[in-house]
Design a protein around this ligand. Sequence first.
Ligand code: AMP
Ligand code: MG
Length: 320
Amino acid sequence: MRADEETEIVVPAGGPVRQWLRVASDGGPVDLGAVDPRSTPGLPAAAGDGKERKVWARRQVELIGAGLGRQQEMLFATAAAGAHASTPTRGGAGLGRGRPGRLLLVLQAMDCGGKDGTVKRVAGAMNPLGLHIRSFGPPTRQELRHDFLWRIRRALPPPGYVGVFNRSHYEDVLVARVDALVPERTWRSRYDQINAFERELVDGGVTVVKVMLHISPDEQARRLAQRLTDPTKHWKYQPSDLDSRARWDDYQAAYAEALGRCDTDAAPWFVVPADRKWYRDWAVAHLLREAFEGLDLGYPAAGFDVERELQRLSSGGGDS
Ligand code: AMP
Ligand code: MG
């Protein structure tokens, strides 16, 4: 069968993608140097070789995407039914006694790491109606008057929604550290605050999937050059991108510590090798698929008598 004619989702041998990509941490800094940004952990042999793999992975992302769309609809429907029905909704263990769940994908990466592309390709497979996508730039003056988690709390997805954070509260231990926006004791104290915050989210029914898209400096240079040479990509470029690039090692050290300190069983960190866009999309799609599976979703039971409604419809459309 041709790679683009595959009709089934092929799962990796040797365990789910989350096991392949979970950071190896003991609380200390993660060894990011040990993860090759061009590698393809967990990619099944069915993907074939060479260029074929890209075609295969793109087709798999289509198939996984269709499933993500259905899962998202169930999540949305469960929350909607819970909001206006008195009957308990069918919810799995992951939802904690019928409380509608939420899913939050946190994306972090160096510039050109592929956050926007991942949102487009992977989140794009879901219904915009149930997506809650937020990007975080430098804090506004109003945001600076509050603690760093204030704007994050306000951006959380409502029950039933899939949230995507394009950058996140982790910037407050990354750029804030590298650019010395706050004193060291301030950003150091944030690791514990982040862990407590995420614990609270998880206890409140949010499934948190944290992904660092890991690119190499060479790949970043290629993508920056594309942004500079293609006028339709100038809008993606900021001169400050080169200043951040010059601090590459400092950023990697900041990532290494943030991932190590804030990788918890409640809210684990995944490092996705991201020099190959097709692998990146394939891996993130699987991570979301696996997270949804943990929610054990289904469509909610009707909060009304279906037979009676059908009878009313056939006997005059409810005019009586
Ligand atoms: P982009 O994602 O390319 O639109 O860039 C957003 C910019 O906002 C990046 O340079 C981030 O480092 C910056 N940024 C995001 N969050 C924060 C934060 N909490 N403090 C300072 N800068 C931030
Ligand atoms: Mg940028």
